[in-house]
Design a protein around this ligand. Structure first.
Ligand code: KG4
Ligand code: ZN
Length: 345
């Protein structure tokens, strides 16, 4: 029996604080979300056009206990009912991660519960388990967030091979930077998604980078610079540019490369299940393009609802359950690891 309450169910209290969301959730058996509380700092960081690490850490400290209490309350459980404490311990902003890790350790120690540290990307991938009960490894995943762009072969729960990764900017980072340049503000991804709906994705041809030596790697700094150059060119000529066309054309350039690389890997590795993950997985153009590409090849496509795409603790609870089931336990020396590698324990 995995749990301490005798009924066979495993309840994870999960904590996530790696960037600008303070989040806690209660998840049953890795798949059923009993509560999912997210305190977003977006409004605060909008003032500065991006996440300010020191401010993020301070805000996490203010919010974390309250968010955990709310998660327990909404799930109608007490700490006694909880079997495992799961927490993101990397990658992310070190000061932000430390708040969640310290809190989770304190709770686990005081309540005498096992502690399971979770890799943030493993959490993003596990977000797909919440609403797709039938999804089980092996499958492929494209993890596209503000900090990461990874093409991952999920061999089993908690077992990964990274097939491709970005050489420079993450996809979400490129969205955020371009959004700022065309005056849409932070966070840019959802705003570009919206603006692009009114634009022509073929109005401007922005570059699509392909790595000759590594076909599944990505690079988004070129397309970002091309957008900045285009805007500068317009300014120098005294011409107005069409915000919606720039947004749509940029979005098309990014999604084309994401889909091409994902499908290239899918064909080489004979993939029959593909899961999108991370904040950019809620992008409507990416979802539509992946849907068409997967349908053409007979691949079943999965993606989480937007609330489970961007940072949340339910996904950490899902990943923590499978890590716990696999025997992962962390000690009181668990530390924040800002550049933690996927698959490391
Ligand atoms: O996964 P996430 O919440 O944080 C990280 O782990 O980085 O992802 C946040 C990123 C931001 O860059 C945001 O602009 C992007 O996801 N994003 C989107 C959309 N919604 C969020 N990008 C494109 N289209 C969207 N609809
Ligand atoms: Zn994330």
């Amino acid at each position: 029996m995995l749990n301490g309450n005798g009924n066979g169910d495993v309840l994870v209290l999960a904590v996530e604080s790696s960037c600008d969301e303070t989040a806690a959730a209660v998840v049953k058996n890795g798949r059923e979300v009993l509560s999912n509380i997210i305190s977003s700092q977006i409004a605060l960081h909008t003032l500065y056009g991006g996440v300010v690490p020191e401010i993020a850490s301070r805000k996490h400290i203010e919010k974390i206990s309250q968010v955990i209490e709310e998660a327990l309350l909404e799930a109608s459980v007490t700490l006694d009912d909880i079997d495992v404490i799961g927490v993101t311990y990397g990658p992310g902003l070190v000061g932000a991660l430390l708040v969640g890790v310290a809190e989770a350790k304190a709770i686990a120690y005081a309540a005498n519960k096992p502690l399971v540290g979770v890799h943030h990307i493993e959490g993003h991938i596990a977000a797909n388990f919440i609403e797709h009960r039938e999804l089980e490894p092996p499958f492929f995943s494209l993890v596209v967030s503000g900090g990461h762009t990874h093409l991952v072969r999920v061999k089993d729960y908690g077992k990964f091979d990274i097939i491709g990764r970005t050489r420079d900017d993450a996809a979400g980072e490129a969205f955020d930077k371009v959004a700022r340049a065309i005056g849409l503000g932070y966070p840019g991804g959802p705003k570009i998604d919206q603006a692009a709906k009114k634009g022509n994705p073929e109005a401007i041809i922005f570059p699509r980078a392909h790595m000759a030596d590594s076909p599944y790697d990505f690079s988004f700094s070129g397309v970002k610079s091309a957008v900045l150059n285009y805007l500068n060119g317009c300014r120098m000529k005294g011409e107005e540019y069409c915000q919606a066309d720039v947004a749509a054309s940029f979005q098309r350039a990014v999604t084309d490369v994401l889909v091409e690389n994902a499908m290239g890997a899918a064909e080489e590795f004979h993939v029959d299940k593909f899961a999108l993950a991370g904040g950019v997985a809620s992008n409507s153009a990416l979802r539509a393009a992946m849907k068409t590409a997967c349908e053409k090849r007979g691949i079943k496509l999965y993606y989480p609802s937007p609330v489970y795409c961007t940072d949340n603790a339910a996904m950490i609870g899902a990943a923590a359950y499978y890590e716990y089931r696999d025997g992962t336990r962390h000690g009181w020396d668990l530390n924040a690891v800002p550049n933690l590698k996927l698959g490391e324990r």
